[in-house]
Design a binder for this molecule. Structure first.
Ligand code: PMV
Length: 359
């Protein structure tokens, strides 16, 4: 693992108990990460908006480890969750080479999401970033590390990435890039970085998530990434993503909404096209997804308003628009789109300011 030097084990005098807590947001990718290699390293660079309302709140009680106590217990929304607990234990075990002190402590972790589990909002991005921030915080406290914010968030991004690739981007506000790219010289595969010099129109962008279906995905993201290894379009796709990074960043610097919207929609449809031409092929869009997309496009060409869509690895539609047209967008969404949503559900969100430490 690059760039993380593990600290020595804690001395007895450093083995203390305590509590930390972080609230960390989800994010929505504009250029999609799809395809990975080695230890969760991306095949192409990605770019995302950090969200505001969709977040995970995680608190961790830690104490010197006792043989009779479990290493990790995990409570999700007030309930003991065995499956999540196992995933987190596996994740923490995978971190031992870089955080050997984790073995000297036991952890009681409590977590809640601000959004429903089945809403199609990427919960792994917010949950893994919240946990990674807590672990970095514990390290900071027990080793009395100097307060270096830059190093802290970089490490948190790296740890979050090991839990879920897209989680690496959730530790920073607003617009975030992850993965090596000729377009951003500081960007790396190991961690995400914040992107500055963006036109103010993008700082208050809306993302309303229209729920088409709440069913569990038939193919997980992990399986989807793996299918890129044999996808005959993979190399062309990685090149396209790099080209899209360049065009999108330029358009976002200039505030060019037309080009922004074109690239973002191309990215969403490419992601799903890659699924459809994987071997075996699969489809995560539903008829409702296509119906919503068509209505957004029709409304845009009739009204001339800058309202766009993107998709995650699922059927739900993220509707993107600037604050300046929020009133017209609301009317259109309520009248024309809400009836197409499952149980009329639309979750409203906006670009956000990144994680917050609350304990
Ligand atoms: O972080 P993962 O392994 O859940 O993959 C996320 C993939 C997409 O959400 C489809 C795209 C992205 O960049 O977030």
């Amino acid at each position: 693992m690059t760039e993380i030097k593990p600290l020595p084990l804690l001395e007895k005098s450093q083995l203390l108990e305590g509590k930390v807590g972080w609230k960390s947001p989800s994010n929505i990718a504009l250029v999609k990460y799809w395809g990975k290699r080695a230890v969760q390293l991306p095949e192409n660079a990605s770019l995302s908006f950090t969200l505001s309302e969709a977040h995970t709140t995680t608190s961790v009680n830690y104490a010197p480890r006792m043989p009779e106590k479990p290493w990790i217990t995990f409570t999700f929304e007030g309930k003991k969750e065995q499956a999540f607990s196992e995933r987190i234990s596996k994740y923490c075990s995978s971190l031992l080479p870089i955080m050997p002190f984790l073995n000297q402590l036991s952890f009681d972790i409590e977590s809640r999401n601000s959004f429903p589990h089945s809403s199609g909002i990427a919960s792994s991005a917010s949950s893994m970033s919240a946990l990674a921030l807590c672990l970095c915080d514990i390290e900071q406290v027990l080793y009395k590390l100097e307060n270096d914010e830059h190093a802290f968030f970089r490490k948190a991004s790296m740890l979050a990435r090991l839990g879920s690739g897209s989680a690496s981007r959730s530790v920073y506000p607003k617009l975030v890039a992850w993965g090596r790219s000729k377009v951003i010289s500081d960007a790396r595969d190991e961690y995400a970085i914040p992107v500055h010099n963006v036109h103010p129109v993008f700082e208050t962008f809306h993302d309303d998530v229209l729920i088409v279906s709440e069913e569990k995905k038939s193919v997980s993201s992990t399986a989807g990434h793996a299918l890129m290894d044999t996808n005959i379009f993979a190399e062309k796709r990685y090149q396209q993503a790099e080209d899209h990074m360049a065009i999108l960043l330029k358009s976002m610097g200039e505030g060019n909404l037309e080009i922004f919207g074109k690239v973002v929609e191309d990215e969403a449809l490419t992601l799903h096209a890659l699924m459809m031409c994987s071997d075996p092929s699969y489809i995560l869009m539903e008829p409702g997804t296509i119906a919503v997309i068509k209505r957004i496009r029709a409304f845009r060409s009739e009204s001339g308003l800058p309202i766009f869509f993107t998709l995650d690895a699922g059927p739900n539609v993220h509707i993107l628009y600037p604050e300046s047209i929020a009133k017209q967008a609301d009317e259109f969404i309520n009248e024309a789109l809400r009836p197409l949503a499952f149980n009329n559900r639309i979750i409203k969100d906006v670009v956000g300011n990144g994680p917050i430490k609350f304990i």
